[in-house]
Ligand binder design. Structure first.
Ligand SMILES: *[C@@H]1O[C@H](CO)[C@@H](O)[C@H](O)[C@H]1NC(C)=O
Ligand SMILES: *[C@@H]1O[C@H](CO)[C@@H](O)[C@H](O)[C@H]1NC(C)=O
Ligand SMILES: *[C@@H]1O[C@H](CO)[C@@H](O)[C@H](O)[C@H]1NC(C)=O
Ligand SMILES: *[C@@H]1O[C@H](CO)[C@@H](O)[C@H](O)[C@H]1NC(C)=O
Length: 443
């Protein structure tokens, strides 16, 4: 009885995460149902025809019951946690169908807005200041709708806990959570995760950026807000690593005290071992400050060039067997940065991976790299390259291959999002998601 009471207190007061808060109550977890009541009082807004509560709105290749004890809680997302989730109709979306699809606004989700994502140096002084103040708001405002998951030992699912986090930290946690090694039959496989080293990589990150952009639009009421990108082509060093932009750093890598992010701390930092999910998520004292050391790592002493990006865009196959870091002549694997862009065969650090390593510090620790807002700018440019490639090669969801990377099948839900977005659905023009890119430096 005492245990139950403690659990309820945890659930109803403290608990929040990219788990919809409403789906982490004791009842929701016990009944494996994530169909929250919308404001019309019906699950998934079914009375207002916004959506319906359905068994397995999941397109996973797993049969029900195939996710076993000792297996990863993220396999066949979100089957481990929920059998029933919302399926939303038309322009409606969100975990309870109370929100709109990306790019749509209004109570009835019938207002389409397409925002333009610009290079950060194209923003006016006012737009840039606004961007930094929105980020600070997102970093300091507790998410109303989502909570995050942590545990010190992933083998013991009875120790998993849900806690509150700020909107930016929810975004950061989503990346961290999907990047942890996959637990299969009690063993961690460190070469595979849900967001990298496979065909899901570009679409997974596209969805992450959309999530953050939308959360900031809703938080600030600024429906025209678009995240900016950092076009690093031709850069000798990180020219936006100044206090006017993303912040200068000292010799140890800590951000200058005059920079916008000087006092930001990294959620899920300090416990980068396989067994843990984001330990210290509820304790500021256990979090590290952001740090960055651009251009210092001898194995990553330059940024990708204009030619590297052109070469990357030439590969016409979206992805190829074996659909991991060994895939050759694969656009995805060149873009992700495991291959030389010009020959598509030689293994080397390039493109996306090279930029992470070049920037160093928090950005070079992949799971927690999303804590540094330069991650958003970098991935926004990676997404622009993805978009240019989609248009140049007329790619469609049919170009997304069947593959055996866990969680990265074409019809599997992108982990760990609500509602379900299939991995293949991101091979579409960005207009479908309510944004486009400015032209900058000839691209
Ligand atoms: C979605 O919104 C558009 C307006 O941009 C509207 O024309 C369309 O009818 C809406 N679709 C549905 C199913 O409501
Ligand atoms: C899981 O591992 C145990 C030993 O650790 C082994 O006996 C069992 O066959 C494995 N099960 C599967 C399905 O791989
Ligand atoms: C980049 O600038 C930092 C100092 O801000 C310096 O330590 C580093 O050597 C530079 N790297 C390159 C590749 O120029
Ligand atoms: C880890 O996963 C990869 C990709 O799914 C697979 O090829 C590899 O065999 C796995 N390694 C182990 C040790 O199970």
């Amino acid at each position: 009885m005492i245990v139950v009471c403690v659990f309820l207190v945890l659930c109803c007061n403290l608990v929040q995460s990219q788990f919809p808060r409403a789906c982490t109550t004791a009842t929701a977890l016990r009944t494996k149902s994530c169909c929250p009541l919308w404001k019309d009082g019906s699950p998934c807004g079914s009375r207002s025809r916004r959506g319906q509560c359905r068994n397995r709105v999941v397109f996973a290749t797993f049969a029900a019951g195939q996710v076993r004890q000792y297996d990863d809680d993220r396999l066949g997302w979100p089957m481990y946690y929920y059998d029933r989730t919302c399926e939303c109709f038309g322009n409606y979306s969100g975990y309870d169908c109370g929100d709109c699809k990306y790019g749509y606004f209004g109570e009835k989700c019938d207002r389409k807005i397409t925002v333009v994502r610009k290079e950060i140096r194209e923003l006016s002084l006012l737009e840039r200041k606004r961007f930094f103040s929105y980020l600070v708001m997102a970093k300091t405002t507790i998410s109303k709708n989502f909570v995050i998951l942590y545990t010190g030992d992933r083998h013991h699912q009875d120790t998993y806990r849900f806690v509150d986090a700020s909107i930016y930290n929810v975004f950061s946690w989503i990346h961290y959570y999907s990047t942890k090694p996959i637990l299969i039959n009690g063993t961690f496989n460190s070469t595979t995760n849900y967001a990298h080293q496979g065909p899901a990589f570009p679409g997974w990150h596209r969805l992450g950026l959309l999530f953050l952009e939308r959360q900031i639009q809703l938080l600030t009421g600024d429906e025209n807000f678009a995240i900016p990108y950092f076009d690093w082509r031709g850069e000798k060093n990180c020219s936006i690593c100044t206090d006017d932009f993303v912040g200068d750093n000292d010799v140890q890598g800590f951000l200058s005290e005059y920079s916008h992010f000087a006092f930001w701390k990294s959620i899920c930092s300090g416990y980068d071992y396989d067994e843990a999910y984001c330990l210290g998520a509820d304790d500021q004292n256990q979090m590290q400050k952001l740090h960055r050391k651009p251009g210092v790592d001898p194995v990553a002493s330059s940024l990708p060039t204009f030619k590297d990006v052109e070469d990357t865009l030439r590969w016409s196959d979206f992805d190829l067997p074996p659909y991991n870091r060994l895939a050759r002549r694969s656009f995805r694997n060149v873009l992700e940065g495991f291959l030389n862009p010009s020959d598509g065969v030689t293994r080397q650090r390039g493109m996306h991976n090279l930029v992470h390593l070049f920037l160093g510090g928090t950005m070079s620790e992949v799971p927690i790299s999303s804590n540094d807002p330069i991650f958003v700018l970098h991935h926004c440019f990676i997404d622009k390259i993805f978009e240019v490639w989609i248009r140049r090669h007329n790619a469609t969801p049919d170009d997304y291959p069947e593959n055996d990377q866990r969680g990265q099948g074409p019809n599997e839900c992108s982990t760990p999002y609500f509602p379900c977005y299939r991995n293949k659905d991101f091979l579409r023009h960005s207009n479908n998601f309510g944004y486009t890119y400015s032209r900058y430096q000839g691209m």
